[in-house]
Design a protein around this ligand. Structure first.
Ligand SMILES: [Zn+2]
Length: 225
């Protein structure tokens, strides 16, 4: 469609309508900030999803971090895969007014009012979350599929169960560890995903045969649109 007008009011109105729709589309994209290990702070500007966070900085010699907790206010959900210290620190969680979804092993002893009831399908603000039971050592472990206003994200956690990658919808972002990525690739089990985001890597890790993968440095921002 072409506009042929010199009328400034008309031009202004067209501009106004276009910028309105433009901004609307833009505000729907998600911004993910990498904190360390499997921790991301993901937001649409209103709701915050914290993956495997807060964890114990430097636990098991994994990443140390500095995080300004006061910058994350509003509706916040911690989504936790398992109880290991490099994924969750109950003491740090207790100091926040955040909600939590995680295995019973993780949420036991936390204030009831902040627990989302664990079920096959959990809704929270614009999020729908499907926990997928998976294995990791002797822990109770879940991987998660998240639908965020139509955007589909998948978080593997620490598991190496290829079965969790089966029957996934086409993803907008796959968050996966380097070792599970390798295994899935070897077994031709990687799901379709617009973005593949490596997490729980070591600083300066090289992930072979991962063309187009995003391997974030701490505090990097990734846009998921
Ligand atoms: Zn871990």
């Amino acid at each position: 469609m072409m506009f042929k007008t010199n009328n400034p009011t008309k031009i202004f109105l067209i501009f106004l309508v276009m910028s309105f729709f433009g901004r609307d589309a833009y505000s729907q994209s998600l911004e993910a900030q990498f904190i360390g290990n499997e921790a991301f702070r993901i937001t649409d500007g209103k709701t915050f999803l914290m993956t495997d966070f807060p964890y114990k900085s430097g636990a098991y010699n994994y990443m140390k971090y500095e995080f300004d907790f006061s910058s994350t206010t509003g509706t916040v959900l911690s989504l936790i895969t398992h109880r290991h210290d490099d994924h969750f620190a109950p003491v740090l969680f207790a100091n926040q007014a955040w909600y939590i979804l995680g295995p019973a092993e993780v949420t036991v002893g936390l204030p009831q009012s902040r627990l989302l009831p664990f079920s096959e399908k959990v809704t929270f603000e614009p999020l729908t979350i499907w926990p997928k039971k998976s294995t990791h050592g002797n822990t109770e472990h879940y991987s998660y599929l998240v639908d965020w206003s139509g955007r589909k994200l998948f978080f593997t956690g620490d598991t190496e169960d290829l079965v969790v990658l089966k029957d996934l919808p086409e993803l907008d972002a796959l968050f996966i560890t380097p070792w599970f990525y390798r295994k899935a690739k070897l077994n031709d089990a990687l799901p379709e995903s617009k973005k593949v985001i490596i997490y729980h890597h070591m600083e300066k890790d090289i992930v072979p045969e991962c063309p187009g993968c995003i391997i974030p440095v701490q505090n990097d921002y990734i846009e998921i649109d």
